[in-house]
Write a protein that binds this ligand. Structure first.
Ligand code: SAM
Length: 136
């Protein structure tokens, strides 16, 4: 193999946990962005005071990221409940009380001996079909 085993441009890959289960940013929205993802784009592509518009704003991750970095924000969504949460998150971002994962926190690596890093037992359990395929 001649290429880098980590990919063509390994340092260009952003490792950002998605927002699920017990993520600190999780709300009722089924598919919200991590704020950290938007923060990087806001910092790279806009200047302080710029207007960041997200026409599908959901619970306001884009707006929160914009406000955290001194940008203005606007957006729309068809679900009123999401917009209520978005307004609340933007307010918290402006006041410095927003619950969020910090932008540069490394991705958690569990110890190889922890239960999180183990193969689930059921993956190794044999099914009757496994045995049948081996002629047992
Ligand atoms: C992938 S989600 C966006 C989530 C958002 N980035 C966040 O982090 O909360 C897409 C959103 O688009 C909204 N949506 C769908 N159709 C829409 C429309 N016609 N106009 C505005 N919003 C719409 C949905 O309600 C949903 O919240």
């Amino acid at each position: 193999m001649s290429g880098n085993p980590l990919g063509k441009n390994p340092t260009d890959v952003w490792e950002i946990p998605n927002v699920k289960a017990n993520h600190v940013e999780k709300t009722i929205h089924p598919c919200q962005f991590p704020i950290e993802l938007v923060e990087r784009l806001v910092l790279a592509l806009t200047n302080p005071g710029d207007l960041v518009v997200d026409p599908y704003i959901g619970v306001g991750s884009t707006a929160a990221a914009a406000v955290l970095h001194g940008r203005r924000s606007a957006g729309a969504d068809t679900v009123a409940e999401y917009l209520d949460i978005a307004r609340e998150r933007v307010r918290a971002a402006a006041e410095g009380t927003l619950r969020r994962r910090p932008m540069d926190r490394p991705v958690y690596e569990p110890s190889p001996t922890s239960r999180l890093a183990q193969r689930p037992l059921e993956w190794d359990r044999q099914t009757p079909r496994d045995a049948e395929e081996r002629g047992e």
